[in-house]
Design a protein around this ligand. Sequence first.
Ligand code: DGJ
Length: 375
Amino acid sequence: MKQFVFLFLFLFSGIIAFAQTKAFKPGQVWYDTEGHPINAHGGGFLFHEGTYYWFGQIMIPGKRGSDAWVGVSCYSSTDLYNWENEGVAFHVEDHASHQVTRGSKIERPKVIFNEKTKKFVMWWHHDINGQGHKNAMAGIAISDNVSGPYQFVRVFRPLSGFLPFNVSEEDLSRDIPEMAMTYPFNGGELPVSADSLLLYKRDIHIGQMVRDMTLFVDDDGKAYHIYSSEENSTLHIAELSADYLGYTGKFARFFSGRFMEAPTLFKRNGKYYMINSGCTGWNPNEARSAWAPSIWGPWEEFGNPSIGKESEITFNSQGTFVLPVQGKKNAYIFVADRWNPANPIDGRYVWLPISFEGERPILRWKDTWDLEIFD
Ligand code: DGJ
C-alpha cells in the first residue's frame, strides 16, 4: 500500500512539474505535457489560429538515430513553454523502394500555411536511404490539417532549367571547369573560389543541391526556400510558386564560398535578417548574422551574433529557426539544436532571446529565462 502511495505522489508531482513549466532552460531535457522528452530536432515552427506548432525530426537512440525511421513529429503550444505531442505528422513509408522509406534522411522539416489553397505544406532536406547526404534533394508533403497526416508529394532536385538571376554575363558565358565535375567534394572547403567553379551551372540539368534549409513567408504571402547549395559552399534563396508546391524560377545565390548551414531568416522593421552557422558536420561552430533591405539583398554580414563564453561554438548548438513571439513587438527567439551524434535522441534544444545592438542581432547565454525579457 505504502509503495502505491509513493508511486502516486511521485507521478502526481511529476505531472505538476510538467504542467507548470514557465521558463526556458536551454540545453536541459525538455518534457512534453505527458512527461516525455520532446523529440522534434532540426525543427520549424508555425503559428496558426492562436497556437504554435513545432515540427521536427523524430530521432531514435544509436548511431543512425538521426536518420528517418519514424518521420516528422508535431507538438502544439499556446505559451511556448508547454508542448503537447500531436503525434507523427509525416510518416516514413514502409515500402523499401519508396524514396521516403525508413532510414532515409528527412532533415530540418519546415511547415508553412498557404492562405489561398488552405493547405499546410511541409518541406525538408531529403536524402535517399543509404546514400549519405549525396542526393541533396528537397522533399514536399501536404495536409489539410496542421498536425497532419501529411501526404507525400515528391522529392527532387529543384530549379532544373533555371539559372540564378544575380550572376554576371561573363560567368554565364564561361565554360564549366573540369574540377566542378571531378573534385571529390566532401561538403567542406574548396581548393578554389566557389564562384570560379560554376556549380550552379553544372547542376542546371539535374537541379540545384539542397541541404540545410528553411522556409520564410513574407507579409505579402510570397514564400521563399533558403537552402545550402553548390556542395554547401553557397546559399540560395528561391521564390516559391503561389501554391508553395514548387518554384517560380526566380532564385539567387548569396554568401558564395562562405559555407553557411542551418539557415534562419526573419523580418524586423521591414528589414531581413539571417542567423546561420558554418559547416562542420554535427560539431558546433561560430554562427554568422546578416541583414538586407530586401530578401534579394544586398546581404551584409555582421559577424558572430553570440557574445560570452562558448560564443565561438554558438553555446554548443546550431540554429534551426528564428521564432517570432506573437503579441510582442520585435521579440524573436533563436531556436537551436545541441546535437548528440552518438545518441541523437538525446539531442537538446537551445532557445535564446535575440537582442539587438543597433541593427545587429545578439545572442547571450541564459541558464533560464522567460518571455518577460521582451517587455
Ligand atoms: C549539419 C547539418 O546542419 C545537419 O542538419 C546535419 O545535416 C549534419 N550536418 C550532418 O552532418
